[in-house]
Design a binder for this molecule. Structure first.
Ligand code: NAP
Length: 274
C-alpha cells in the first residue's frame, strides 16, 4: 500500500494533465494518482460509465491500496484528497475532430496516452478492419492527442505513452504488437523533436496487469498461474503499479529523463526468452 502523503509529495500542484483511456484500468489509475499528486485532470475515454466511475473514485479521500484481485483497486482507507479539478469527456481518440473539440486550446503540462484495445489474434485470424481499428485507437489515437495538445504545451512538460512489453518482444498478436512497437518508436522520435522545447517524451511498458483488458484471461486459473510462475516477482501487476511510473515521469524527479521506456512487468520481459 502506498500512502497518500507519498503520492502528494510528488507535488504536481498547478499542473494540468490529460489522460486518455481513463475510464478503466491503467488510464484510470494514472488519472487518479496524478490528481492525488495535485494535478488538475482532464480524463478522456470512449466509455461514459467508466469515466463516471473514475470521477467518483477520484473524489474519494483515500490511500492507494494495491489489490490485484480487482481492477478498480483504488480503495478508501485514509489520507487527504487534493481538491483539484477532475474533468471528464467522452471521446473516441481515433476521431481527430472529437479529440480537438475536447482539448480545445487548453494548456497541458502532462499528457498520458493510455487508451488502447487488444486484438488477440494471429496474422491468419486478423482481418483488415480489425488491423485498421487497432492502429486507429492504439497509434493514431496517440497522434491525435499529441497533434492537438503539443502546440499549446510549453516546457517543462511531460508526455507519457503507454506501450507494452509486447512492443519489445515478438510474443503474439501482430496488430497489437505492431502498435506498441510503433509507440516506442514514436516516443523516441518525439523526444528529439520536442526536447528543445522542454517537453519530455517517455513511455511505460506494462507487463501483465489486471485490468478490463485482461480480466477474462486472468480469471482462468491456468492462464493466471502460467503468468505468475514465469514472472520473477511471482504475481500479475495492478493498474496502480503503472500509475506510479507515470507519476514519476510526470514529476520533476524525472527532469533529465526523455526518449526512454520504463518496463513495469515484474521482471517478465527479462526472462521471457529463457
Ligand atoms: P482497459 O482496462 O480496457 O482500459 C482501456 C480504456 O481505453 C477502456 O476504458 C477503453 O474503453 C478505452 N478505450 C478503448 N478504445 C478507446 C478509444 N477509441 N477512445 C478512447 N478510449 C478508448 O485496459 P488497460 O489494460 O488499462 O489498457 C491501458 C493501456 O495499457 C492500453 O494502451 C494497453 O494496450 C496497455 N497495456 C495493458 C496491459 C495489461 O496487461 N493490462 C499490458 C500492456 C499494455 P472500452 O472498455 O469501452 O473499450
Amino acid at each position: 500500500m502506498v500512502h497518500a502523503s507519498l503520492i502528494a509529495a510528488f507535488n504536481l500542484s498547478g499542473r494540468r494533465a490529460v489522460v486518455t483511456g481513463a475510464g478503466s484500468g491503467i488510464g484510470r489509475a494514472a488519472a487518479i494518482i496524478l490528481g492525488r499528486a495535485g494535478a488538475s485532470v482532464l480524463a478522456l475515454d470512449i466509455d461514459a460509465a467508466g469515466l463516471a466511475e473514475t470521477k467518483a473514485l477520484a473524489s474519494r479521500t483515500s490511500d492507494i491500496a494495491s489489490d490485484t484481485a480487482s481492477d478498480t483497486a483504488l480503495e478508501t482507507t485514509s489520507g487527504a484528497t487534493s481538491g483539484t479539478a477532475f474533468d471528464v469527456a467522452v471521446v473516441d481518440v481515433s476521431d481527430f475532430a472529437a479529440v480537438e473539440a475536447a482539448l480545445g486550446t487548453g494548456h497541458f503540462d502532462v499528457v498520458v496516452n493510455a487508451a488502447g484495445i487488444m486484438a488477440p489474434d494471429s496474422l491468419a485470424a486478423t482481418g483488415g478492419a480489425q488491423w485498421d481499428r487497432v492502429l486507429a485507437v492504439n497509434l493514431t489515437g496517440c497522434f491525435n492527442v499529441l497533434k492537438c495538445a503539443v502546440p499549446h504545451m510549453s516546457g517543462p512538460a511531460s508526455v507519457i505513452q503507454i506501450s507494452s512489453m509486447m512492443g519489445h518482444r515478438g510474443l503474439a498478436f501482430p496488430a497489437y504488437t505492431a502498435t506498441k512497437g510503433a509507440v516506442l518508436a514514436l516516443t523516441r522520435q518525439l523526444a528529439g523533436e520536442l526536447g528543445p522545447r522542454g517537453i519530455r517524451v517517455n513511455s511505460v511498458s506494462p507487463g501483465m496487469i489486471l485490468t478490463g483488458m485482461t480480466r477474462d484471461h486472468l480469471a482462468q486459473a491456468e492462464h493466471r498461474d502460467q503468468i505468475t510462475e514465469r514472472t520473477p516477482l511471482r504475481k500479475v501487476g495492478a493498474a496502480e503499479d503503472i500509475g506510479y511510473a507515470v507519476l514519476y515521469l510526470a514529476s520533476d524527479l524525472s527532469a533529465f529523463v526523455t526518449g526512454t521506456d520504463i518496463l513495469v512487468d515484474g521482471g517478465l520481459t527479462s526472462v521471457i526468452n529463457l
